[in-house]
Design a protein around this ligand. Structure first.
Ligand code: FES
Length: 105
């Protein structure tokens, strides 16, 4: 399933993420890493605080609250490798960024 997140122009490579709400009301943190988009549920696994204001630098997202760090490719926490951000694949199509939900069942 493909769900619209935002227009391409709404997620510039600013070094920080942007928060978006999908049609079901779930919040997502979208990071533009020099033109490569990474989409995570906007909830840090440490204390469930939003992560969209975190920094993205050299492939690492740093949570703004207590500075846990996560690999943008896998979502894995650098301190505790079994802890991960929930990540969805992203598709850019005609200036619109979509989240791709994996098929279930
Ligand atoms: S809520 Fe993210 S590091 Fe604490």
């Amino acid at each position: 399933m493909r769900v619209r997140i935002c227009d391409f122009a709404q997620a510039p490579p600013s070094g920080r993420g942007v928060c978006f709400q999908d049609p079901s009301g779930r919040h997502w943190a979208l990071f533009n890493d020099n033109g490569t988009f990474h989409l995570f549920e906007d909830r840090c696994p440490h204390m469930d605080f939003p992560i969209h204001d975190g920094d993205i630098r050299r492939g690492i997202v740093t949570c703004p609250w207590h500075h846990w760090q996560f690999d943008v490719q896998s979502g894995a926490c650098l301190l505790h490798e079994r802890i991960r951000l929930s990540k969805l694949e992203v598709q850019v199509d005609e200036g619109v960024i979509y989240a791709l939900w994996p098929k279930t069942g």
